[in-house]
Design a protein around this ligand. Structure first.
Ligand code: UT7
Length: 324
């Protein structure tokens, strides 16, 4: 037997306002046809007044805690992945903690942009296995609409806002891949590429928040190679093979990246959870958002092997294999 982090519950939250490609085309030089053909995106949700990374993260967290059958006060650790915190500090995790009415727990943010949720999950998994946490809340929450250059059609059509969360609970389980819980994680970073996807401002450089800049086609090329490699690495670490995977829950950046990665690995496309059409790219929120959708619509069942994967600015990338 070994101590493992199992997924006890999932939750998600989206801003009220849904914006279609046609609506964007009224203010940006683009078309619904271009966006759908090149990305698969049809709509995204955009935060309105009063909707922030912390408020969306808190809502997703509440739903995950409820699904886990726990009370907020059972949570002893909050790891929140975001690149769009409410403020530079305090950590948005502490704002979620306050909103949930949790008086004492460990709470901090993780910054790994689109792969932030994989980094956060891996940290929480280690803390659970190491015995310092029993019920951990892992959140990916973003309001990228606030760091987009709304005059740059090459980036502003690609992103959306939202949040997703999971509750991880310690459980003594078998010491092999038959057990429920996080079976393996693999994380990577290569800072040589930080000029391909970045924000052109920050507290220590310009004193401003900055806007997102991306060399899309170069990011695309790296994404397919890195995601296929890290997915295979994590599956091997878990002692499984690609044929054992029931569901891949990937970062939702571009439908063409999802299709190309699945093809490269020989994965049947119907095993890949796709939400990019309705959510666009929500950065650290995209994986837990897609996971919650597929859990709640009944596709993902207890005992299924799921692989989560993402890549983003840095570059950073990672994957996790979980028996749900
Ligand atoms: O989440 C982190 C990871 N991020 C990603 O994984 C994003 C990866 N990259 C991508 O998804 C794709 O590269 C994009 C969707 C960003 C772009 O697709 P692409 O097929 O690589 O297009 P492109 O950048 O090569 O641009 C093709 C053409 C250009 O026109 P010219 O130079 O060929 O005349 C662009 O100016 O499409 C034009 N274009 C647009 N046209 C209409 C770029 N954006 C738009 C737009 N509407 N919104």
């Amino acid at each position: 037997m070994t101590r493992r982090a199992t997924i006890a519950g999932t939750g998600s939250a989206l801003p009220v306002r849904r914006v279609t490609n046609d609506e964007l085309a009224l203010t940006v030089d683009t078309t619904d046809a271009w966006i759908v053909e090149r990305t698969g995106i049809r709509a995204r949700h955009i935060a309105g007044d009063g909707e922030t990374t912390a408020s969306l993260g808190s809502e997703a967290a509440r739903r995950a805690i409820e699904a886990a059958g726990l009370a907020p006060t059972d949570i002893d650790l909050i790891v929140l992945a975001t690149a769009t915190p409410d403020q530079t500090f305090p950590a948005t995790a502490t704002k979620v903690q306050d909103a949930l009415g949790i008086r004492d727990c460990v709470a901090f943010d993780v910054a790994a942009v689109c792969s932030g949720f994989l980094y956060a999950l891996s940290v929480a998994d280690s803390m659970i296995r190491g015995g310092t946490s029993t019920n951990a809340l892992v959140i990916g929450a973003e309001t990228f609409s606030r760091i987009l250059d709304w005059e740059d059609r090459t980036t502003c059509v690609l992103f959306g806002d939202g949040a997703g969360a999971v509750v991880l609970t310690a459980e003594d389980n078998a010491d092999d891949a038959t057990a429920r819980g996080v079976l393996a994680t693999a994380l990577h970073a290569d800072g040589r590429h930080n000029q391909l996807l970045y924000v052109d401002g920050g507290p220590s450089t310009t004193g401003t928040v900055g806007k997102l800049r991306m060399k899309g086609s170069e990011v695309f090329r790296h994404a397919v190679v890195n995601l296929a490699a890290v997915l295979a690495e994590a599956v091997e670490k878990a002692g499984l093979a690609v044929r054992d995977i029931d569901w891949v829950v990937p970062h939702q950046a571009n439908r063409r990246i999802l299709d190309a990665t699945a093809r490269k690995l020989g994965l049947p496309p119907e095993r890949v959870v796709i939400t990019v059409d309705e959510h666009a790219n929500t950065s650290a929120a995209s994986v837990p958002l897609a996971l919650d959708v597929a859990v709640r619509d009944g596709r993902i069942q207890r005992g299924d092997v799921i692989v989560l994967e993402a890549m983003g600015g840095g570059f950073t990338w990672g994957a996790a294999v979980v028996r749900y």
